[in-house]
Write a protein that binds this ligand. Structure first.
Ligand code: NAD
Length: 364
């Protein structure tokens, strides 16, 4: 007989796999509460018709590790409403979903693909729990505040110092020019770096003398794609990987660097703004080539840290301090242990997260 729990169960979880069904509207949802030793679980709520239980479990596990490594007193969870987010009944479905999770107090939802701050405001109004709220409801708007890009820049400070790379004058390439990429670009320029290439879903823009960021941001805000702005040389989308650089920031999609194209990447330091932008095999190859990588769970922890600060009612200033302190501490420990334990960075980050969870489990 097949039980999901047999398939996934390991030393960390999952504590609960819940399939929810509302017979009146026939709405279905999946919630996975993975490890709860650090506290109630926090993780996004997706809305898409084709998300599988396995996917929700894997995303919940990723949250377990991300929350733990970022010193957040929360476990990992994730959920999915199995419906089309473009449906005209979206609001009604969010309300039904809120009722469905009312009696799962160990799960605090946040926005994810197909849901947004307004969805979270509705859930919070109904059951008193949700993060990623609009500012008018006491939220700290993590994208507007550029929190993840801020964390990427903090990781850059520490990694540059540890590796003897000077940010002043360093060349930076950024794949993906959205919330994370734009905020990272601004802050790296403030540190004296030069952004020599950026890309989006349609193309790459290169300017070896350094892109004029305010003009570029203006053009992009008006709806232009980066390669159409005329602010440098246009290349195809994946050409960004081949632009020789000091720092490469993948901030677009998962799995964009894999064993077949990692050899084309010429950088000294990679800061993972996106989630799993580099497959683990490719990351090990890049590490073997002497390229320093700060993995996603550390480099892009700014967003989730902001969400937790919102939940705890902290001010913007305290939130940025917490991101700064945690990412500094983590990046330092990571780079020291990569050397002392001679293991690739993703393996060390995984060890760091698991050690923190095991310690909490022992205490419990
Ligand atoms: P976004 O939607 O604001 O921007 C994504 C950008 O990537 C856009 O410019 C898009 O055109 C571009 N893009 C898409 N496919 C591309 C491709 N194949 N090559 C190059 N560019 C491509 O998203 P975001 O909020 O900036 O998030 C970026 C990534 O970081 C996502 O994977 C997200 O899951 C992850 N992330 C985001 C946060 C956050 O706080 N926003 C936190 C942690 C992780």
């Amino acid at each position: 007989m097949h039980h999901y729990i047999d398939e996934y169960a390991d030393e960390l979880g999952p504590a609960k796999i819940v399939h929810l069904y509302d017979p009146v509207t026939q709405l279905k949802a999946i919630v996975v509460l993975d490890n709860l030793s650090l506290g109630p679980s926090i993780g996004g709520c997706r809305m898409a018709p084709d998300v599988t239980t396995r996917e929700v479990f894997r995303l919940a596990r990723a949250m377990t590790l991300k929350n733990a490594i970022n010193f957040l007193p929360y476990g990992g969870g994730k959920s999915s409403i199995l419906a089309d987010s473009k449906s005209p009944d979206k609001e009604k479905m969010i309300e039904v979903y809120a009722e469905m999770i009312r009696h799962l107090p160990e799960y605090i939802p946040g926005p994810d693909m197909g849901t947004d701050e307004n969805s979270m405001a509705m859930i919070k109004d109904k059951i008193g729990r949700a993060v990623g709220l609009p500012a008018s409801k006491g939220g700290l708007p993590l994208d507007e505040l550029g929190t993840t890009g801020f964390g990427v820049a903090v990781a850059a400070d520490v990694a540059a110092e540890k590796t003897g790379l000077h940010l002043k004058g360093a060349r930076v390439t950024i794949q993906g020019f959205g919330n994370v990429g734009k905020a990272a670009a601004k802050l790296l320029i403030e540190r004296g770096a030069s952004i020599i290439a950026v890309s989006d879903s349609k193309g790459t823009l290169v300017n070896n003398s350094g892109l004029d960021l305010p003009t570029l941001l203006n053009a992009v805000d008006q709806g232009k794609k980066v390669a159409e702005t005329g602010l440098g040389q246009a290349m195809d989308r994946d050409g960004i990987i081949e632009v020789e650089t000091d720092i490469f920031v993948p901030a677009a999609r998962p799995d964009v660097i894999h064993p077949d194209n990692q050899g084309r990447l010429k950088a000294r330091l990679i800061l993972e703004g996106a989630n799993i932008p580099i497959t683990h095999d490719a990351a090990a190859q890049l590490h073997a080539r002497g390229i320093t990588i700060v993995p996603d769970v550390i480099a892009n922890g700014g967003g989730v840290t902001c969400a937790v600060c919102e939940l705890e009612g902290l001010s913007k200033e305290k939130m940025f301090d917490r991101i700064q302190n945690n990412i500094t501490r983590n990046t330092q420990e990571l780079l020291e242990r990569v050397v002392s334990e001679s293991a690739p960075p993703h393996e060390i980050a995984d060890r760091m997260a698991r050690e923190r969870i095991r310690q909490a489990m022992k205490k419990k």
